[in-house]
Design a protein around this ligand. Structure first.
Ligand SMILES: C[S@@+](CC[C@H](N)C(=O)[O-])C[C@H]1O[C@@H](n2cnc3c(N)ncnc32)[C@H](O)[C@@H]1O
Length: 194
């Protein structure tokens, strides 16, 4: 059954436009949620092979239902993938995680997984704080969440061997494009746009 997430529906086109200059080849989207967004991404970026994935069984069913209706040949069937376990994929060019890191205690798994599949870049979108102290305020659109939410900081995100090559404000969220860190550096700051 198709799930409907108003926030995903509202932001999909804007996120697609922001992503387009930064993705190529084979993209693995972690935690694809309902599947609404990956259909928009695949339609807007027909030269990119889009691999959605999810942990949640209901979400996987929903992604497949949206995919079947999308008519997008570049949108692959969703993979059952828990980012904390070995990822069942071969080579991937770009790993994408939208609104995942703040609901994931083990964010290092995203970066370890990305390295294991040979990804050249990782794109994270979601609430990300400038610094740990003072504690970041909870964005209003996340206040109703019942799972524990822990907003990661830029320093935490870049502590895993990737550096920020581009960042962009996307409404309530921020998009960070991460590439390999220069040797001896884990926290290179990138350009800020928007
Ligand atoms: C806030 S939702 C975001 C969904 C989607 N990316 C979006 O932007 O609409 C977080 C998603 O992360 C998924 N998730 C949580 N823990 C996960 C894990 N360990 N591995 C893969 N997905 C996970 C949940 O099932 C949920 O769909």
């Amino acid at each position: 059954m198709k799930q409907f997430h108003p926030h995903a529906a509202h932001t999909a086109e804007r996120v697609a436009a922001a992503l387009a200059p930064h993705v190529h080849g084979r993209v693995l989207e972690l935690a694809s949620g309902s599947g609404q967004q990956c259909c928009v991404f695949a339609a807007r970026m027909p030269d990119v092979t889009w691999q959605p994935s999810e942990l949640d069984a209901g979400a996987l069913t929903s992604i497949e239902a949206y995919r079947a209706d999308s008519g997008c040949a570049n949108l692959l069937p969703p993979l059952a993938l828990d980012v904390r376990r070995p990822w069942p994929v071969d080579h991937i060019d770009v790993v994408l995680a939208i609104r995942l890191l703040h609901v994931l205690a083990e964010i290092q798994c995203v970066f370890e997984g990305a390295r294991a599949v040979g990804a050249a870049s990782v794109i994270v979108i979601g609430p990300i704080a400038e610094m740990a102290s003072p504690a970041p305020a909870m964005p209003a659109h996340l206040a109703a969440w019942t799972v524990p939410i822990r907003i990661p900081t830029r320093a935490e995100v870049t502590a895993h061997g990737f550096a920020i090559t581009h960042e962009e404000a996307l409404g309530d969220d921020v998009m960070l494009v991460l590439g390999p860190a220069a040797r001896g550096s884990g926290t290179t700051s990138g350009s800020r746009a928007g």
